[in-house]
Ligand binder design. Structure first.
Ligand code: CP
Ligand code: NVA
Length: 308
C-alpha cells in the first residue's frame, strides 16, 4: 500500500485511523524483522535546532538498518544558522535527499519547510507537536495492553507538544484520554477541541481533569513529561512552583489500576515531574517506549519515502 507515499508527517490531524493502524502494523513487522534493503540508497536529512538523544539516534540507526543513510545537520552549522532561508534550504535539500526530518522551535518554520520541500517532511518535535513520539507511545500501549480502544491514558503535567500529539492519536484510536494540568498549563484549546471531535467520531474521550488524584482513577497508563521543555529554561523556577502537586509518585500510582503502566517520553527529571522509585520501578516501561521510537519511525520512513 503506497497511499502515504510523499506525505508529510507534521501532525496526526492530517491522518486517518486506518493510516495510523497501518503504520502500527508495519512497526510491529519491522520490530520483528529489523534488517532489510527496503530503503536501499535512500537518504534522510535531519535538521536539529534543539538537542536530541532518542530522535537523532533512532532515525539514524533506523535508516541504516533499512539500507539507507541519515545525515545529522545541526542548524547552527548549516547555512540556516547564517540566515539562509528555510525555503531555500528546503529546495536545495530536496535535490539531494528523499526525506527531511526537522526538529524546530516553531510549527510555522516546520510548515515553511514542508511548503517548499518536494520530498516528505517529518516533524521531529516542534513547539506544538511531537508526532513520532506519540506513535511510539500508542505502539507501546498496544504491546502492553493488547488493544487501544477503551484504554485509559492519564497525562499529568504540562499540556505541551508531547501532550498534544498523544491527545490527538489517543482520540483517533478510540482511547480515553485524561489530561491533568495546572491552571495556565492546559493543552491548547484549539487542539483539544479537534481531539474531542476525533474522540466522538471514534468512540473515545478527551477529558480535562485538573485534580490528578481524580484523574488517575482506573488509569491503565500514567504519562508525564518534563515541566520545563527545551527553550523554556528561563521559566524553570516559576514552573517548579506552578506544577506543585502534579508529580507522579508512588502515592498517585496507588490510585490507578494495579497493572498501571508508567510512560515518559524522556529525558526525565527525577524528583520533579516523577519520582525515582516510579520511573525506575516495576510499572515503568520507559526504555521499551524509547526503543519503540526507532521501530515506528522506520515504518513512517517506509510509508512516506515508499519502499519496493
Ligand atoms: N523523547 C525525545 O524526543 O527524546 P530526544 O529529545 O532525546 O530526541
Ligand atoms: N516537551 C519536551 C519533550 C522533549 C522530548 C520538550 O519539548 O523539550
Amino acid at each position: 500500500d503506497h497511499s502515504m507515499r510523499g506525505k508529510n508527517i507534521l501532525t496526526w490531524l492530517d491522518y486517518t485511523q486506518g493510516e495510523v493502524s497501518q503504520l502500527l502494523a508495519q512497526a510491529q513487522y519491522v520490530k520483528e524483522n529489523p534488517y532489510s534493503q527496503s530503503l536501499k540508497s535512500k537518504n534522510l536529512a535531519m535538521i536539529f535546532e534543539k538537542s536530541s538523544t532518542r530522535t537523532r539516534v533512532s532515525f539514524e540507526v533506523g535508516m541504516e538498518q533499512m539500507g539507507g543513510h541519515a545525515l545529522y545537520l545541526n542548524s547552527r552549522d548549516i547555512q540556516i544558522g547564517r540566515g539562509e532561508t528555510i525555503a531555500d534550504t528546503a529546495r536545495v535539500l530536496s535535490g539531494y535527499v528523499d526525506a527531511i526530518m526537522f526538529r524546530t522551535t516553531s510549527h510555522e518554520k516546520l510548515h515553511e519547510l514542508a511548503v517548499h520541500a518536494t520530498v516528505p517532511v517529518i516533524n521531529g518535535l516542534c513547539d506544538m507537536y511531537h508526532p513520532c513520539q506519540a506513535l511510539a507511545d500508542i505502539f507501546t500501549i498496544l504491546e502492553l495492553k493488547g488493544r487501544l480502544g477503551g484504554v485509559k491514558v492519564v497525562y499529568i503535567g504540562d499540556g505541551n507538544n508531547v501532550a498534544h500529539s498523544l491527545m490527538v492519536l489517543a482520540a483517533m484510536m478510540g482511547m480515553e484520554m485524561v489530561i491533568s494540568a495546572p491552571e495556565g498549563y492546559q493543552p491548547d484549546p484549539a487542539i483539544t477541541e479537534k481531539a474531542k471531535n476525533l474522540a466522538k467520531l471514534h468512540g473515545g474521550a478527551v477529558i480535562i481533569e485538573n485534580n490528578p488524584e481524580q484523574a488517575v482513577v482506573d488509569a491503565d497508563v500514567i504519562y508525564t513529561d518534563v515541566w520545563t521543555s527545551m527553550g523554556q529554561e528561563e521559566e524553570a523556577e516559576e514552573r517548579l512552583k506552578d506544577f506543585e502537586g502534579y508529580q507522579v509518585n508512588a502515592l498517585l500510582l496507588k490510585g490507578a489500576k494495579t497493572d498501571v503502566s508508567f510512560l515518559h517520553c524522556l529525558p526525565a527529571h527525577r524528583g520533579e515531574e516523577v519520582t525515582a522509585d516510579v520511573i525506575d520501578g516495576d510499572h515503568s516501561v520507559v526504555f521499551q517506549q524509547a526503543e519503540n521510537r526507532m521501530h515506528v519511525q522506520k515504518a513512517i520512513l517506509q510509508a512516506v519515502i515508499g519502499w519496493k
